[in-house]
Design a protein around this ligand. Structure first.
Ligand SMILES: Cc1ncc(C[n+]2csc(CCOP(=O)(O)OP(=O)(O)O)c2C)c(N)n1
Ligand SMILES: [Mg+2]
Length: 347
């Protein structure tokens, strides 16, 4: 179907930017409140994921479960640049995206344990949760599928003539999928307001980008379509925020899609069973000790005198309480009734 607004689209000027952009390693200025908020949000994701890992080990969570530990600065920095009405969609490594979007820890954890109070009433599990209220469109297990769907969200915004943008997150592995490029083509042709966030954590399951990727600079992946890209040090939440601001401004002003390549790292295995033979312990340790996104903010807060160790302990306790409450709820809440087997399905 051709877009009904095709006349206005074709009359829009093609973006004159070069396909490869860097924002020169721009770092957003964070005041005390922004640093504290970023610290708290990232810590919530980290502690939540640690708890999910424990519950998985204890047998409370079944099926697939992919933890986001190490990558927290990506969603937290992005979310800081979004406004109400902007939509988010991602793949299966989705718990952090949901928490950053403001979904409740209880609802997410209860979905992980397959309980009634979960976001999909216990029927979706880790990879399939949604919240229309928070504009979170999943949670998708098919690698790359969210890129086309996210492009559709951008189309809906454009078609309705609102000024919302959609953010489609996907991995370095997903970036090699064919439908990603079909989406890029359409998005650029129609100048859709989509921010493509490629979370380059260097591995797709056990395959490193070096082994699987002909063009490892993912910010250039839109080059043949004229889609600009920015490469971001995504272990620094301020760099993510700076790039996100630029991307949001670009999209909202009608220039079309943009790519943000987030250079990030996952500390844990791909999913809960991972032989971890494809990288060295030293590599993981080096990232943890030298680049950890939460530690970076913690050090800045202390150095600038914006928080004391005691202030940070109060935040840590608060976060731990939220996570403990979600875990208690997720174990005590009943499983869905058997009659739920026949709801939310196409017969
Ligand atoms: C269409 C499809 N192909 C293969 C798989 C199996 N699979 C699940 S995750 C994954 C790797 C994806 O890696 P990446 O996009 O880098 O995301 P990350 O896990 O690093 O977040 C693969 C191949 C799948 N779920 N869907
Ligand atoms: Mg990856």
């Amino acid at each position: 179907m051709a877009p009904r607004k095709s006349a206005s689209v074709s009359s829009r000027k093609t973006a004159s930017r070069p396909a490869k952009e860097t924002n020169g390693g721009a770092i957003a200025e964070f005041d005390r409140d922004a640093e504290l908020s970023a610290y708290r949000e990232m810590l919530l994701i980290r502690r939540f994921e640690e708890k999910a890992g424990q519950l998985y080990g204890m047998g409370f969570i079944g099926g697939f479960c992919h933890l986001y530990i190490g990558q927290e600065a990506v969603v937290v920095g992005m979310q800081m640049a979004l406004k109400d009405g902007d939509q988010v969609i991602t793949g299966y490594r989705d718990h952090g995206h949901m928490l950053a979007a403001g979904m409740s820890a209880r609802g997410v954890m209860a979905e992980l344990t397959g309980r009634k109070g979960g976001y999909s009433r216990g029927k979706g599990g880790s990879m399939h949760m949604f919240s229309k209220e928070k504009n979170f469109y999943g949670g998708h297990g098919i690698v790359g599928a969210q890129v086309s769907l996210g492009t559709g969200l951008g189309f809906a915004n454009w078609y309705r003539g609102n000024d919302s943008v959609s953010v489609a997150y996907f991995g370095d592995g997903a970036a090699n999928q064919g439908q990603v490029y079909e989406s890029f083509n359409m998005a650029q042709l129609w100048k859709l307001p989509v921010i493509y966030v490629i979370e380059n954590n260097r591995y797709a399951m056990g395959t490193s980008t070096a082994r699987a990727t002909a063009q490892p600079d993912f910010s250039k992946r839109g080059a043949s379509f004229g889609i600009p890209g920015i490469q971001v040090d995504a272990m620094d939440v301020r760099a993510v925020k700076a790039a996100a601001d630029e991307a949001v401004e670009y999209c909202r002003s009608g220039k079309g899609p943009i790519i943000l390549e987030m250079l990030t790292y996952r500390y844990r295995g791909h999913s809960m069973s991972d032989p971890a033979k494809y990288r060295s312990k030293d590599e993981v340790q080096k990232m943890r000790s030298e680049h950890d996104p939460i530690e970076q903010v913690r050090v800045r807060l202390l150095d600038k005198g914006w928080a004391s160790e005691d202030d940070l302990k109060v935040i840590d306790k608060d976060v731990r309480d939220i996570v403990a409450d979600s875990a208690d709820f997720a174990q005590a809440d009943p499983e869905p009734d058997a009659s739920e087997l026949y709801t939310d399905i196409l017969l």
